[in-house]
Ligand binder design. Structure first.
Ligand code: COA
Length: 538
């Protein structure tokens, strides 16, 4: 297999400056993650100690097999939103290993507003269920929640993809035979009561765990009946009388132990055979990516240098290397798993779009997962290219990406603009997972271009009315806010806060995350659907 030869000069000023810049971006990311994991109010911590409950982290430490990785999903959801304290949208979620089995974990964090569910908490819950459905991963719900965050109830309740959809999905997941196990580790109030109710098996903690449709305050207000949480929906009520719960746990640690036993008893999963090899590290240190990724989003850089630091042995069999050079396609392995890789090296032209279409079909027919490395300003525009048929060739690529049935994975390593986002498997194109690098940006177009478009439109309008073009100071007044909002809303942190991605990745850890994700994806069928394509416009 061909080995990618690096052309990077590690002694150059450019490398050293890029390195310092990206190292600072990763330090900021690690600080944001540290806060998301650890920043809890003293009041909430005191309440937890009083109740004798374990923290979410302690629950996870007991649940997951020692020395196994945990691939956290959307750890910076709701970043900087609400009161800037609803870390991870109030939910810790990810893929981990329990009794040797890959599972999805979804745990409410009671230290954040009583574990109540914010609008982005609903979105995160639905994202976790999508991952479950696509990859057939068993789900473990550790519920400890006051239900809907009431001040924002109108944003949580009524619509198609609001709270009710979570229970609807639980019914579908059950129908598909994907195990759903629930630990009742605190209150499961109102909406949250349906999480255990719709699960296959429920483990209920004595004393602190309770399930009810209306809590004691609501019961008092509605019926005048005075009752404690334990009398209303505690472990004794639901394990001995109602039958809502299936296993009685003495405390949090016992609950987790029972859940581990349930997982141990699940029938084994048989993963599809895709030609896995023994994993080998790349020839070049992935940390060198810090020196390679430029400081500015519009500075072009060589995607083969990225590929060389992601794939086993830095070995890459490039497909059509001399044709459509602005898109690099080829075969490699990551942690032993075969992948078909597509990475941008400039804007997409007709030839690069056609090459992508052919390559995607090949991978799909051979059952090889697809990995997209997005750094794309868009498809080429202009009179000449419209005549050649860029729109129709772009359509073929978008069509092939949308309908490919093998698992797809996307990492946004730079720009993600316009239809380029679609062709390179943006969120709407169903990648099993999608991540961003810390300096990446996403949007319909860059702020500068958006400002130019709006100013041109305005000047054309003025010309039609026989008026002179906008004066310089008006142009500046229009440009400033557009560029500022594109920078803010196109930023990786804004994206991850809103769950447009599954997290921001340290470039140096991307290879390991991809390995875990591909392994998790193979819990599901290799093909999501019947193989076939729509009509390609010729
Ligand atoms: N909506 C908004 N905020 C809520 C809330 C809800 N449903 N439930 C609790 N909170 C807030 C509290 O106001 C408090 O906020 P603060 O830290 O700013 O003071 C925080 O969550 C913790 O609540 P607290 O009661 O102090 O903690 P606790 O550990 O003793 O109990 C609950 C947590 C969730 C069990 C308890 O607050 C409760 O029963 N809440 C009402 C649940 C309910 O009826 N929900 C119906 C939703 S459909």
């Amino acid at each position: 297999m061909d080995v990618i030869e690096t052309r990077i000069d590690k002694q150059s000023a450019e490398y050293r400056e890029n390195y310092a810049h990206n190292e600072a971006l990763v330090a900021r990311l690690n600080e944001a993650l540290r806060q998301a994991h650890g920043d809890r109010s003293e009041k909430a911590l005191a309440r937890q100690r009083e109740q004798g409950k374990l923290s979410v982290q302690e629950r996870l430490d007991l649940l997951l097999d020692p020395q196994t990785p945990f691939l956290e999903i959307a750890p910076l959801a709701a970043y900087d939103l609400y009161d800037k304290k609803v870390h991870a949208a109030g939910i810790v979620a990810g893929i981990g290993v329990v009794e040797g089995r890959e599972v999805l974990v979804h745990a409410n964090d009671p230290l954040i507003k009583g574990g109540t569910i914010y609008p982005l908490g609903v979105k995160k819950g639905l994202r976790i269920q999508t991952i479950c459905l696509e990859n057939r991963l068993p789900v473990i719900n550790l519920v400890d929640s006051g239900g809907a965050y009431l001040p924002l109830q109108s944003e949580i309740f009524p619509d198609l993809d609001d709270g009710g959809r979570i229970f609807y999905n639980q019914a579908l997941i059950s129908k598909m035979g994907i195990p759903q196990i629930c630990g009742v580790m605190g209150l499961c109030t109102a909406g949250a009561a349906y999480i255990p109710a719709m699960s296959d098996e429920v483990v209920h903690v004595k004393g602190t765990g309770a399930i009810f449709l209306g809590g004691p305050p609501l019961v008092l207000a509605a019926t005048g009946e005075e009752v404690t949480a334990d009398e209303l929906g505690g472990a004794n009520v639901h394990c001995r009388q109602s039958g809502v719960s299936d296993y009685f746990a003495e405390d949090d640690a016992h609950c987790i132990e029972i859940i581990r036993q349930i997982v141990k008893n699940l029938p084994p999963v048989s993963k599809p055979e895709i030609g896995q090899r023994v994993a080998r590290p790349p020839l070049y240190d992935p940390q060198e990516l810090y020196g390679i990724v430029p400081q500015r989003i519009n500075t072009p850089y060589e995607v083969r240098e990225v590929i060389a630091r992601l794939v086993d042995g830095s070995e890459f069999l490039e497909f059509k290397a001399l044709f459509g050079p602005t898109l690099v396609c080829g075969w490699a392995h990551i942690h032993g798993f075969p992948v078909g890789l597509l990475g941008n090296n400039g804007v997409l032209f007709s030839d690069s779009a056609l090459k992508a279409t052919q390559f995607i079909q090949l991978c799909d027919k051979r059952g090889i997962p697809l990995l997209f490395l997005q750094n794309i300003a868009g498809y080429i525009i202009g009179k000449e290219y419209e005549r050649i048929g860029i729109t129709k060739d772009g359509h073929k690529m978008v069509n092939a990406v949308a309908t490919a049935t093998v698992p797809k994975f996307t990492v946004i390593i730079g720009a993600s603009f316009g239809a380029g986002n679609y062709g390179m498997c943006g969120r709407a194109y169903g990648p099993r997972f999608l991540w961003m690098w810390p300096g990446a940006q996403i949007g319909v177009m860059g702020g500068e271009q958006a400002a130019d478009v709006l100013i041109t439109v305005k000047n054309e309008q003025l010309a039609r009315e026989g008026q002179p073009p906008l004066p310089e100071e008006m142009v500046a007044q229009i440009r400033g806010p557009i560029i500022a909002s594109a920078l803010k809303e196109g930023n990786a942190y804004y994206s991850t806060a809103n769950l447009w991605d599954d997290g921001i990745l340290d470039p140096a850890k991307t290879r390991d995350v991809l390995g875990l994700a591909i392994s998790a994806a193979l819990n599901g069928p290799l093909r999501s659907d019947r193989y076939g394509y729509g009509t390609f416009r010729m």
